[in-house]
Design a protein around this ligand. Structure first.
Ligand code: THU
Length: 135
């Protein structure tokens, strides 16, 4: 799937905006995500930290869980925005892989510069997917 420039910009801007809602009292590293569904809806997400550190949920997973909890399971793309163009963590790659290896991943910085445009397949080669469970 190729995204047009308008959609790239829209997703990145929505992720930038969402970042303001990140709950990051410990790391101060705000992350925003914007997930485009196959039905052309967009779900944003932020990282939500916790005093029990490992309970923290990343922005990407927040966006995916919001979408899935509303019945969306097919995704075209996700934009992820951090201060410095940080890449999605392994757990988020795995959660994205559950719903499709071809989802486009835009990695951008806080100014909206896209540092990398890739796919879940490229970010998680050899992923463990539902097919191994016969799904
Ligand atoms: N974080 C994300 O939200 N997404 C990622 O893919 C990488 C890490 C968050 C988790 C934590 O709140 C902060 O960034 C620092 O690790």
């Amino acid at each position: 799937m190729t995204l047009n420039d308008e959609m790239r910009e829209k997703l990145v801007q929505l992720a930038i905006h969402a970042r303001h809602w990140a709950y990051v009292p410990y790391s101060h590293y705000a992350v925003g995500a914007a997930l485009l569904t196959a039905s052309d809806k967009i779900y944003d997400g932020v990282n939500i930290e916790n005093a029990a550190y490992p309970v923290t949920v990343c922005a990407e997973r927040t966006a995916v869980f919001k979408a899935v909890s509303e019945g969306e399971r097919d995704f075209k793309a996700i934009a992820v925005v951090t201060d410095n163009g940080g890449a999605p963590c392994g757990s988020c790659r795995q959660v994205l892989a559950e719903f499709g290896l071809d989802t486009v991943v835009l990695i951008a910085d806080a100014e909206g510069n896209i540092q990398q445009e890739t796919t879940v397949k490229e970010l998680l080669p050899g992923a463990f997917t539902p097919k191994f469970l016969g799904k």
